[in-house]
Design a protein around this ligand. Structure first.
Ligand code: MC0
Length: 254
């Protein structure tokens, strides 16, 4: 089975995780969850790594969220909660990762793809990229805790607009809402400029600032809030509305 997360270490001091399931627009499978978590552990232990960058393979997609085909076999609340809380725990680990993290949106970011992006400290997107928390249009909510994270990061009204609408935005429109920090025009490699100065700082300084956030999120029980969010989503997962929406996507009738 081929690798679903490619890990590249750059001598400038960052590590790139490349979500690598191009035939599924880099959807999250169980295998990808495991490789993603292993990559996070590897980056945490490597003292040369100052920043982690997450991106998608190719130029079509950053990540299309949960693998709707693989997870379609999960029918009930309990079955889906197992999957949702598993990825939720990994996203929490990403949110409280001890060094700065960047989501580099090279292509579409949909559903759980936006949740992964929310868990990063910064979100950069190639101009023209489409993104959206489409879960509402599938009869569910963010199931991996992404809304709880989003509400920590951008103004409440903007977060609610993104979540309740459940529609697709351009990177430019998402920047207006504060979700995207920078839209990259032209060559995507230009993203590196965003971290030029950060990479010149001592890793201890970067980690100390990050620690302020981590402490806050521990005190306000972000983990517990994310678990509650997964539970709410699991309840909606077993409804007909959700199963019908997924059937429509898989049968291309939507
Ligand atoms: C778990 C939950 C959560 O938040 O907690 C979620 O994430 S819910 C998951 C929410 N995600 C979605 O609803 C994603 C739906 N996907 C899309 O909207 C689209 O595929 C885009 C991501 C915008 C890409 O569009 P584009 O036109 O480039 O490609 P496409 O639609 O032809 O897709 C190419 C191939 O990838 C597959 N594919 C795409 N997204 C997939 C997904 N999430 N799970 C499983 N397969 C997926 C398609 O079925 C198709 O397979 P074939 O080549 O075999 O026909």
């Amino acid at each position: 089975m081929s690798q679903t997360v490619l890990v590249e270490k750059n001598e400038r001091g960052y590590m790139k995780f490349i979500l690598h399931r191009p035939e599924k627009r880099n959807a999250v499978s169980y295998q990808l969850m495991e490789e993603f978590e292993a990559a996070l552990d590897q980056a945490a232990q490597d003292n040369d790594v100052k920043v982690v960058v997450i991106t998608g393979y190719g130029d079509r997609a950053f990540c299309s969220g949960g693998d709707l085909a693989e997870f379609h076999s999960l029918y009930t609340e309990e079955e889906s909660y197992g999957m949702l809380s598993k990825m939720g725990a990994i996203l929490y680990k990403l949110a409280v990762f001890k060094k700065p993290t960047i989501a580099l949106l090279n292509g579409s970011a949909v559903g759980g793809g936006c949740e992964i992006a929310s868990a990063c400290d910064f979100r950069l997107a190639k101009s023209g990229v489409k993104l959206g928390f489409v879960q509402a249009s599938l009869g569910i909510t963010t199931g991996w805790g992404g809304a709880s994270i989003l509400l920590e990061k951008i103004p409440y009204q903007s977060a609610m607009k993104l979540l309740l609408n459940g529609t697709i935005y351009t990177a430019e429109a998402a920047k207006e809402l504060g979700f995207i920090d920078e839209v990259i025009q032209g060559d995507l490699e230009e993203w590196e400029r965003f971290v030029d100065t950060i990479l010149n700082r001592e890793v201890g300084v970067l980690m100390a600032y990050k620690n302020l956030l981590i402490n806050k999120w521990e005190e306000t029980d972000l983990k517990g809030r994310m678990e509650m969010e997964s539970r709410q989503c699991a309840k909606l997962w077993e409804t007909d509305a959700h199963h019908q929406a997924v059937d429509s996507f898989l049968n291309k009738t939507k």
